[in-house]
Design a protein around this ligand. Structure first.
Ligand SMILES: NC(=O)c1ccc[n+]([C@@H]2O[C@H](COP(=O)([O-])OP(=O)(O)OC[C@H]3O[C@@H](n4cnc5c(N)ncnc54)[C@H](OP(=O)(O)O)[C@@H]3O)[C@@H](O)[C@H]2O)c1
Length: 245
């Protein structure tokens, strides 16, 4: 039986990924901070048949709980085939610029807590000599923008951490996949006006599943974001500083 751990199981992207991973020989280990939402997600997966489901409640910003959380999961999952991490917050940039607590919460939720979990999970997984660690970062980490640089810097840190972890675990047979979505229509972006560049969580999940199967290193989802971000990265500073993005 395949063990799939999903940290941030109630996120829209995680739910879409889990549904597309459903199979008879799968055991999900779902972790999220809201017990109520977690139970709904677990019940939905169970109602679709096939997979087994274990639930774990955790606020990832409570770092002191990480060791016992990973211990509980690995007691139920003697090997982890896929560790999928997809959670975070996106406070208003203007709030974070003037409020230290908001800024730190933003960085902890999108970066520091993920590093803490990965330090613990990767030590466990490297002994298995196979498996996948797939983590949702963002295109926002590719370049600092005045409208979103606190969230973006956390995602940039995460992307760099994952690149290093990928090289470290390469010889151990563990693939580390960095996922960089563009705009996705989820509760995180509920207040943002939608347009033609937007994707559904289901579409993004399709690309994620394919990338896990093909043992890819980095993906932009949908893939056209690679072209957009390449252009954005090449815009000269004297132009970029005048743009309102
Ligand atoms: N939506 C986009 O346009 C977009 C673009 C690029 C990258 N991403 C990334 O995609 C990932 C998933 O986000 P989403 O778009 O699917 O948004 P979402 O549906 O709003 O999911 C965010 C999830 O993060 C959880 N979360 C936040 N802080 C947490 C904490 N301290 N402990 C435990 N769980 C916590 C939330 O739990 P609660 O439900 O309990 O609040 C929620 O399940 C995030 O890493 C996000 O940065 C999203």
């Amino acid at each position: 039986m395949k063990n799939i751990v999903i940290a941030g199981a109630t996120s829209a992207i995680s739910q879409a990924v889990a549904k597309q991973m459903l199979a008879d020989e799968v055991c999900f280990h779902l972790v999220a901070r809201s017990r109520q939402k977690l139970d709904i997600v677990a019940a939905d997966l169970c109602s679709r048949g096939g997979a087994k489901v274990h639930c774990y409640q955790a606020d990832f910003n409570d770092f002191s709980e990480h060791t016992s959380l990973v211990q509980r999961i690995t007691e139920n999952a003697p090997r982890i085939d896929v560790l999928f991490i997809s959670y975070g917050i996106m406070h208003l940039q203007t709030d974070c610029e003037t409020n230290v607590d908001r800024a730190i919460e933003q960085v902890n939720s999108n970066y520091t807590s993920v590093v803490s979990l990965l330090v613990l999970f990767s030590q466990f997984m490297e002994k298995q000599n196979s498996g996948t660690i797939a983590v949702v970062s963002s295109v926002a980490g590719d370049r600092g923008r005045k409208s979103n640089y606190i969230y973006g810097s956390a995602k940039a840190g995460l992307t760099t951490y994952l690149e290093g972890l990928r090289y470290k675990l390469y010889d151990k047979g563990i693939n580390v996949l960095t996922i960089k979505p563009g705009f996705v229509d989820t509760p995180m972006t509920a207040d943002i006006k939608k347009g033609f560049l937007w994707a559904t969580p289901e579409k993004v999940a399709e690309y994620i599943i394919k990338a896990i199967e093909k043992k890819k290193s980095v993906i932009y989802t949908p893939p056209f974001w690679f072209i957009i971000m390449t252009i954005i990265k090449w815009i000269p500073v004297f132009i970029f500083r005048k743009l309102n993005i």
